[in-house]
Design a protein around this ligand. Sequence first.
Ligand SMILES: [Ca+2]
Ligand SMILES: [Ca+2]
Length: 291
Amino acid sequence: MSTIAQGTIRKMNIRQSAVGQITATDGTVITVPAETALQKGLGPKSFDLYNECNQVTPKNSSEVVTDKVPVIEIDHDGEVITGFIVADNYYEMWINNQLVSVDNTPYTPFNSAIVKFKVKRPYTISFLIVDWDEHLGLGMEEFPKPVTPTTTQWYPGDGGLIAKFSDGTMTDSSWKAQTFFIGPLHDPKEVVEKGNIHDTPNLGGRTHPFSRKPTCEFKCYAVHYPIPKNWQSSRFNDTNWPRAWEFTDQEIGVNNLQAYTRFPELFQDARWIWTQNLVLDNVVIARKTVK
Ligand SMILES: [Ca+2]
Ligand SMILES: [Ca+2]
């Protein structure tokens, strides 16, 4: 475990989707909010289902066209699977250690994506998902003034992932999910390890508005865990990882998520997932082996 308190910021993208490096109290240098395929320039970039930045804004599912989505080949004799993905805020998706889709919009506006890949069963899907922040390393967003009781300049934002695939695979609590960056915290001791669960039992509920909003601001702490090597591999052992938690549309707060709400048919029966705390857990890996 490493804890951090301060750092420097380097802007990468227009809406302050910055990436920076922070030195932890034990001297470890940590990239925040996370080391990503996007930052490394790896691809392929996501194909838009809905993205205001690119003027891709179908009104409903019947306007969605998937013909032009490139097929990423994992197995030449595999089945072609189509999937739909919404992540708050950033995702990268790997199948069997091969990068298949990198979110082209890491922060906001909220976008969604279509993927196609050709694979044989069994196969393993691995998502790195990031709840981005402006107060880098502190796990908090910065809303413009004037602030209101729910929008502040020190706002602990929340995450969320939902995905559904044409072979029937969809996000739900049968997935595994582990968190690697937990904040903002008054004290690193607020993270309590119960086996492989990185829990925050004393910080209120798992979602807004129940989860505690700390008042430490720039003096807040965060707890980081090193991301294991080969987390994208089908051979990576996630047996002891916690199950993913499911969250409702209401808990996620989908009111401003047209990238999702316009297409209920495409996500039918899939569940929003994250680790146990939607607010404090900011970097999550979610995995599922499809048999
Ligand atoms: Ca995004
Ligand atoms: Ca957060």
